[in-house]
Design a protein around this ligand. Sequence first.
Ligand code: FAD
Length: 397
Amino acid sequence: MSVKILENQCNGCGACVDRCPFGAIEIVDGIAKLKDNCTGCGACGKACPNNAIEVTKKAKKAPKNNDEYKGVWVFIEQRTGKIDTVALELLSEGRKLADELKVELAGVLLGENVADLAKECFAYGAEKVYLVDGPVFKDYRTDSYTEAIVEIINQYKPEILLFGATNNGRDFAARIAVRITTGLTADCTALSIDPETRLLRQTRPAFGGNVMATILCPNHRPQMATVRPKVMKMDEPDYSRIGEVIRCESSVKEADMTTKILDIIQSISHTVNLQDAEIIVSGGRGIGGPENYRLIEELAEALGGVAGASRAAVDAGWVPHYRQVGQTGKTVSPKLYIACGISGAIQHLAGMNTSEIVVAINNDPEAPIFNIATYGLVGDLHQIVPMLTQKIKTLKM
Ligand code: FAD
């Protein structure tokens, strides 16, 4: 909106001064004057008893023609020339969405000298890769990556754009959505196509995980979603597949950047890598105290796996947070998940219910974890877990 004082109608009554929420109007020589900090909010216009303030609404942008937007795109996050596995998971999921819509699947790849990574994108189902290659894209920066992706979205117009809910994905997907005036659904746990409307159904936990909300973006394009690592299943790659690399020019220049990467310091990560583990043994409140977590660790070690935990065990201070599995912890998808003394709250299940085999050990036969367990052992974990560990050690000898 823009605001203009009609000086011949203003009598300097000051009603607008009182109403302005920003203190951006003053009376000078009996007439209202706008100060530099006027935001054009228009509140003053309603307050003026003499109709001496003209408030003009800015013309709305012409709506996009949604029919021009075609194809499913996945942002191919890479670091030092290695594709993040969440991008491959999203290509696998994107392939299904594209097949259902009968459109192309493409990867969007930014970096320096990363053209070779296109082969991997084709192996995971992409037919095209939009490549933006240059020194300014060597390392991820919010400003350079946002500018470049917005440019190619405006040029090639995808109908769906998916990002991994990584630190970088979360950082710039929202920024892109604002720039191109569309919606973004964060942390989706399921994606599908509505057969009637062809809209992307974006499902994610809502209200603290108590309900699953399915969100549509009917009026704006592209439809954008982020998905956490390990939520979608990764297909087997087929390296015989080929595709087309489209090199995109970008107007992004180093001189225009507001940030510079001076150095990258690798963080000292914890030795547990829950997300890539094939076997996870998790302990919950049922372990009864921090001293008993070693039972969980011993079983995990005997199986060659990694120890995880429920939030109750973490919140109690028994187990560090980086071991937490669930909605506010890690999303995991191992071959074998053993839940010990875990009730099976929806927020815990959200982080592990794509595990291939789930074994639940719980002394309550009614515990909800048994509803999703492949095998259930009803009993005291303090007896069962050491017996299992012993048995596995004996079998290994
Ligand atoms: P409980 O629910 O207390 O269950 C303990 C279980 O142990 C019971 O079933 C009991 O029968 C069994 N048990 C007790 N003693 C024994 C024994 N001796 N032998 C065998 N079994 C025994 N939770 C997560 O785990 N991860 C998350 O990321 C997460 N995020 C959340 C986000 C939000 C917004 C909210 C609101 C909650 C979140 N929660 C999360 C918490 C979640 O709702 C549950 O409170 C939590 O998962 C419960 O942990 P638990 O199963 O270990 O404990």
